[in-house]
Design a protein around this ligand. Structure first.
Ligand code: ADQ
Length: 469
């Protein structure tokens, strides 16, 4: 089997510290199986930046190679174009974008530098898998440097419809660079079709008999590969020391009350203020839930160097304070808002103790929390998932209570329905979703993507051979 080279902005850790994200754990698993290299940013900013020494770590058959970035790269590439232009545009938030040309140039430069540092590490038979919106241009730079290996790309966040994407000043250069990859993976059929529309309508492309897309002198295969979680681990976490401790702690704190749980990085795409307002509306519309139901929102800060993220944190603190001021009683506080993270095992215990999982992003590539909540439930007495129609997960998890997260009334009604849902209906919905979560795992997702990339390459001797300069 060919060696696998994974490229992503953040790398590792190679050992499950309990704090690593589920995706990191899944990628390490597939790297271990195939043997491989994981390349990306060290997380550090230094004077030498991308020109500094590579930092290597190794564990069995897997190694990591990371580089620093310079302050200017961090500002223009990471905090800049990636998180102030691409993230908001791809999440349909054109009102929050900053399309400064300096940022776009920083993004291009860092993609080129990362490609330049990766090339000397590559071997002839490697298969390369690049992840996410930080590296739309990297494959193109690898091709320009003469790399002929199969290169796949997976986009973890939504791909917007052309009417939105074309607001990005360099949309054409970006999509042209995406066509340098052999295989493009999207989270859902909807994101895939938005990309296909761009290629066919905006870039005057065509679809070949083999299903590949042809445009701008290049050819690519694109498909949907919905990502999963490490489901077995999540289903078993409540039996671990940490998981069971949190489960009993939350249960005894709750007593007879029911808990609604939300778990998200603080981000404007996650619909958090709407969620708080919907909970307030629930208490207004159905006062019988006062003292009976509470909302626990766990939301660690992220990207706090970007203004919009600070704003949302402040607005959530204000909202939860106001709602608690309005409804709290001596023995009951309606909203518990925790700006911190928890190890995965503890999270699983908290999910299991919660009667409702509230996952209401305004846009989301997939949303793993929806799947984690289901995997962690007790099949004898499962909770109810309330899920935004704008989360990629809604394409698969059709038995959730699917809601429009912009409608506060609809959200409040769905919460009421979830809290009152009888056991047989809860079990029926849970069984169907549980099967999907346990089958379409993160491991299965990675294998499916890589098998497809390998087959394509065998069939076509490399779809996009290195460009002749
Ligand atoms: P994210 O936007 O980070 O991921 P999500 O899919 O929900 O969103 O994944 C978040 C992960 O972080 C989950 O595994 C969750 O358990 C964990 N997490 C969140 N809050 C936490 C906390 N307080 N403590 C501990 N862990 C916490 C991006 C895309 C998504 C896509 C994923 C994977 O935006 O749409 O599903 O990548 O492709």
């Amino acid at each position: 089997m060919s060696r696998l080279v994974v490229v992503s902005n953040r790398v590792g850790p190679l050992n499950d510290t309990g704090r690593a994200g589920g995706l990191a754990v899944a990628l390490v698993d597939v790297l271990r199986k195939r043997g491989g290299l994981w390349f990306g940013w060290s997380g550090a900013v230094s004077e030498s930046g991308t020109f500094g020494e590579l930092q290597f770590a190794e564990d069995d058959d897997v190694s990591t190679a990371t580089i620093d970035v310079a302050r200017v790269d961090y500002d223009e590439f990471y905090a800049g174009f990636a998180n102030k232009a691409l993230w908001p545009t791809l999440h349909y938030r054109l009102d929050l974008t900053d399309f400064d040309r300096r940022l776009a140039e920083g993004y291009r430069r860092v993609n080129e530098r990362f490609a330049a540092r990766l090339v000397p590490l590559l071997q002839k038979d490697d298969i390369i898998w690049v992840h996410d919106y930080h590296f739309f241009l990297l494959g193109d730079y690898l091709r320009r440097a003469g790399v002929n290996n199969p290169i796949g790309f997976f986009l973890h966040i939504p791909f917007p419809v052309p009417e939105i994407l074309t607001a990005l000043p360099n949309h054409q250069a970006m999509v042209k660079a995406m066509l340098a990859y052999d295989l493009l993976g999207f989270q859902t059929a909807a994101h895939l079709s938005a990309f296909e529309r761009y290629v066919l309508e905006e870039a005057n492309g065509t679809r070949g008999e083999d299903g590949a897309l042809h445009a701008l002198g290049r050819k690519v295969v694109a498909d949907a590969f919905p990502i999963g979680i490490d489901a077995d681990a999540f289903a078993g976490f409540h039996k671990t020391k940490e998981g069971s401790k949190n489960l009993s702690l939350v249960r005894s704190e709750l007593d007879d009350r029911k808990q609604i749980i939300g778990v998200d990085r603080i981000d404007y795409s996650k619909g958090l203020p709407q969620r708080f307002m919907a909970f307030e509306r629930l208490l207004q519309m159905y006062p019988e839930h006062k003292g009976e139901v509470e909302l626990l929102q766990i939301a660690p800060p992220s990207r706090s160097e970007v203004r919009a993220y600070k704003d949302i944190q402040e607005s959530l603190e204000g909202l939860s304070g106001r709602i608690n001021g309005r409804f709290s009683d001596l023995d009951w506080t309606p909203i518990n808002f925790m700006s911190r993270s928890f190890p995965r095992r503890s999270l699983a215990g908290i999910y299991r103790a919660s009667a409702v999982g509230l996952v209401t992003p305004l846009r989301d590539g997939m949303n793993l929390v929806a799947k984690e909540y289901i995997a962690a439930q007790d099949p004898e007495d499962p909770g109810v998932l309330v899920l935004s129609r704008f989360a990629g997960a809604a394409e698969e998890m059709t038995e959730a209570l699917i809601v429009n997260p912009y409608s506060i009334d609809e959200l409040a009604e769905a919460l009421h329905r979830a809290i009152r849902m009888p056991l047989d209906e809860r079990q029926h919905r849970f069984d169907l979703m549980h099967k999907k979560v346990m089958t379409n795992t993160a491991g299965a997702w990675a294998e499916t993507f890589l098998d497809r990339l390998t087959t394509l390459n065998a069939d076509a001797q490399g779809l996009n051979p290195a460009y002749l300069n």
